[in-house]
Design a protein around this ligand. Sequence first.
Ligand code: ZN
Length: 284
Amino acid sequence: MTKLLFREDPYARRCHAQVVRFESPSAVVLDRTVFFARSGGQQGDRGTLVRQSTKGAAADKKTDKKTGKDELASFAVTDCLYAPDRNILHVLEAPPDDALTEGETLEGNLDWQRRYAMMRLHTALHLLCSLVPHGVSGGNIAPEKARLDFDCSVDANGNPDGNPLDKQALQQELDRLVRDDRPVSERWIDEQELTNNPQLVRTLAVQPPKGEGRVRLVSIEDCDLQPCGGTHVRSTAEVGDILVGKIENKGKHNRRITLRLADSLADSLADSGEIPTTSTTAAT
Ligand SMILES: [Zn+2]
């Protein structure tokens, strides 16, 4: 089974790994990986896999014009997902011209900027979860924005809800939680411990999956505790400036809240020429 290095250290950006097998010519299973695979609404990582030897790589071989030395072939990873057997598939942009071989060592390099944006947004969604007294009915995390859907038919006590969500209040509370710089941590707990501890289960914002044996609990100090297999930043200050978007009605009781990183919004506006590249405040 692929060793999930991102679970142990979400800040690991690269690793050496061996090719275990191919699901298809352009889907590679490695023995270990820093690439997060699509799950829990979070997109799969992108990056590159770099060959560690120039031997036998004739078709993919490139020569550095300055040094005359062979360059190591690099393959773009465009997505990562779980195979039915729960190994992680690294989906390559195109099948390598000169086939990679099983047992070959590669260096995996994450598109770190993209992943880090998702780590910040993912952690921000945990904060949002702690502020909205309703059950989560869906969600999605991409590098540019993240959202959660809430079932607002009843409040946290099961009473019909009469309080509309207030965007401005949510923005202020989120800002406060980020400023508080609360530590984010995780621990594994077995199902028996959860069964023996109904009080703990009641405090969880999302109920744990059954039948998995062990559950990973992610905690934001005095704020949020829930089972989650995603990647998070280590403290809420790292989440940085977050913008709460408009609250949308998606069905009779379903309310969708979208979050964006203020700096990525500023970057994309700068890219489109709407604000000067030196501005850091135009988006707030
Ligand atoms: Zn999470």
